[in-house]
Write a protein that binds this ligand. Structure first.
Ligand SMILES: N[C@@H](CCC(=O)N[C@@H](CS)C(=O)NCC(=O)O)C(=O)O
Length: 273
C-alpha cells in the first residue's frame, strides 16, 4: 500500500505540474478559489487540487460515527475505511498521510458542506445516485464499497433471518435523515403491502438509541451499518438483520464538486491505486 501511495504521489506530482498554471505564468501555489452559484449549484472556479496544495492540508468530510468506516476517537483522531481513504488522498497530493483535517458531517449536511467549499472531498458512506450526480452538482469517484440496504429488528417482534418487508406491517421504522434509506424503505414497504411509520433522526446512532430503548421497532440503513452496530453493541442473538437479499443497491464512494476535473483525477486515481 505504502509503495503504491509513493508511486501515486509521483504520478500525481506530475499531474499537478501538468495541470498547474505554469504554461500561463501563474503560480499554482497561490491559486485563488472563487465560488459562483448557478441554478442552486455552487461551482468552484479553479481546481481544488491547487487549493489543497496551497493549504498543505486536505479537509475531508466524514461521518465520525459510522462503525468501521469513520469513527472519531476520544483523542480526536479518526479511524476506519473512509478515514483511511482520506489519508490516502492526502498522501497522494501532499506526500503526507497525516495532513488531513476531518470534518464530521451528518447525512443531511454533507452535500451542502461540499457545495460550500467547507470540505475538499466527501467520504461518508455516500451512495452514488443519478439525482445526486445530475441535480445537485456532485461528481462521484469509482465505488469503494458495494453496500445494500437492510433492516434490523428483534426476535421478540417475531422476526428471524427469513423475514421480509411483508413482515413489518405496523412497525415504527427509524433511520437518519437525508439518506437514500428513507425513499427505499418507503417504496419497498409500499410494494410489499406493509404499512409503516417512518421516523427520521439526524444521525444513525440516535436511531440506534431509540431502537435499544424500544421507541423504534426496527432500524434500517446500509447493511454495513447494521452489521457494525450489532457487532459493537453486542445484543447476543436477539437482533436480526433481514432480508437476506438487500432491498436496494448502495454503491458507496468518494464525492467531489463537479467541474473540478484535475481534482477528480486525484480522487479517482487514489481509488484505482
Ligand atoms: N448510503 C446512504 C446512507 C448513508 C448513511 O447515513 N449511513 C449511516 C449508516 S452507516 C451512517 O452514516 N451513519 C452514521 C451517522 O449518521 O453519522 C446514503 O448515501 O444516503
Amino acid at each position: 500500500m505504502l509503495k503504491r501511495i509513493a508511486v501515486l504521489v509521483t504520478v500525481l506530482a506530475l499531474v499537478a505540474a501538468a495541470c498547474g498554471g505554469d504554461d500561463e505564468g501563474t503560480d499554482t501555489t497561490t491559486a485563488a478559489t472563487t465560488t459562483t452559484t448557478s441554478g442552486g449549484v455552487s461551482q468552484t472556479d479553479g481546481s481544488t487540487l491547487d487549493t489543497v496544495i496551497a493549504r498543505g492540508e486536505l479537509i475531508c468530510g466524514i461521518s465520525g460515527s459510522a462503525v468501521a468506516f469513520s469513527e472519531t476517537q476520544a483523542d480526536g483522531s479518526a479511524t476506519g475505511f473512509d478515514a483511511d481513504f482520506c489519508r490516502a488522498v492526502a498522501a497522494a497530493v501532499l506526500g503526507d498521510a497525516s495532513a488531513v483535517t476531518f470534518r464530521s458531517l451528518t447525512a443531511g449536511e454533507r452535500f451542502e458542506a461540499l457545495k460550500n467549499n467547507e470540505i475538499d472531498v466527501l467520504m461518508r458512506n455516500t451512495t452514488f445516485t443519478q439525482s445526486r450526480d445530475t441535480d445537485i452538482g456532485m461528481d462521484f469517484a469509482p465505488t469503494t464499497y458495494y453496500d445494500g440496504q437492510q433492516l434490523m429488528g428483534k426476535r421478540s417482534f417475531g422476526l428471524d433471518e427469513g423475514s421480509t418487508l411483508a413482515d413489518i406491517d405496523g412497525a415504527v421504522v427509524c433511520t437518519n435523515a437525508g439518506t437514500t434509506t428513507e425513499k427505499n424503505i418507503t417504496e419497498g414497504a409500499g410494494v410489499a403491502g406493509a404499512s409503516i411509520t417512518l421516523e427520521t433522526v439526524e444521525t444513525f446512532p440516535e436511531a440506534m438509541d431509540k431502537f435499544q430503548a424500544g421507541t423504534c421497532d426496527l432500524v434500517t440503513t446500509d447493511g454495513s451499518g447494521l452489521v457494525g452496530n450489532k457487532a459493537t453493541l453486542d445484543p447476543g442473538d436477539e437482533w436480526v438483520i433481514f432480508p437476506s437479499a438487500p432491498i436496494s443497491k448502495e454503491p458507496l464512494g468518494p464525492v467531489y464538486r463537479q467541474n473540478d476535473s484535475a481534482w477528480g483525477d486525484v480522487v479517482n486515481w487514489t481509488v484505482y491505486a
